[in-house]
Write a protein that binds this ligand. Structure first.
Ligand code: O7E
Length: 211
């Protein structure tokens, strides 16, 4: 089954909670990042806890090991179930995230390659492959790979094997959900759902990938 993950990039606490609640029957997890936490505060985690869905902290953690440890400790203390980290910071920094997450019963997903056009500037030419290898070596739970470039997902899958691949970039960024769903473990969708006239109806429509 391919998971459908709602990217809740809203800046209003009540609207975010209400959209997440209406979409909950059709989704498998909620991804919360800087836009929502910086606008609404960490209390949003408690608002969303009642949904009974895994909450993924998309803070793209990218610092020295000690700072990564402090960030990840705070993430799991706040009630998140998983954290997204950058891999370009190197194995010691990623391993620290993995240690904290696994100690707390959580998961770490490492960004191997990003979905926007400019990502090719640095991620191509072997870097994404090296980050995916690093994610495996550091025992991360999975990677993030771009729905906008399905061929790249295939290449990164060769490296990570059965580890989880979550993929953002469908809909508004141009990726095709049906093409990508067969290649990954979960598809991350933001604006196509939360900007729809009826977010729950759109989530229900996209939830066909869960079959
Ligand atoms: O384009 P949308 O509205 O469907 O939102 C996509 C979300 O995925 C948004 O939060 C964005 O920050 C995130 N994202 C990408 O779009 N591309 C990437 O390469 C990586 C991410 C991301 O979430 O990384 C961690 C999962």
């Amino acid at each position: 089954m391919t998971e459908l993950i709602l990217s809740l990039d809203l800046c209003d606490r009540r609207q975010a909670a209400s959209i997440a609640e209406s979409c909950a029957p059709y989704i498998d997890a909620v991804k919360v990042g800087y836009p929502l936490v910086l606008s609404a505060g960490l209390g949003i985690v408690q608002d969303l806890a009642g949904l009974g869905l895994p909450l993924i902290a998309d803070f793209k953690v990218a610092d020295i090991p000690n700072t990564n440890r402090l960030i990840c400790d705070a993430v799991f203390s706040a009630g998140f179930d998983a954290v997204i980290a950058h891999g370009f910071v190197g194995p010691d920094a990623v391993r620290t995230c993995v240690e904290v997450a696994h100690d707390r019963g959580g998961a770490v997903y490492v960004v191997a390659e990003m979905s926007h056009p400019g990502a090719v500037e640095f991620f191509h030419g072997g870097v994404a492959e090296r980050i995916a290898t690093l994610a495996v070596n550091c025992r991360a739970d999975g990677i993030i790979a771009p729905a906008t470039r399905p061929d790249r997902i295939g290449r990164l899958r060769e490296i990570v094997g059965r580890r989880t691949i979550y993929s953002p970039g469908v809909g508004t960024q141009g990726g095709d959900i049906d093409t990508v769903a067969g290649l990954v473990d979960g598809v991350i969708v933001g604006r196509s759902i939360y900007e729809a006239e009826d977010p729950a109806a759109e989530a229900k429509l996209l939830s066909r990938i869960r079959r």
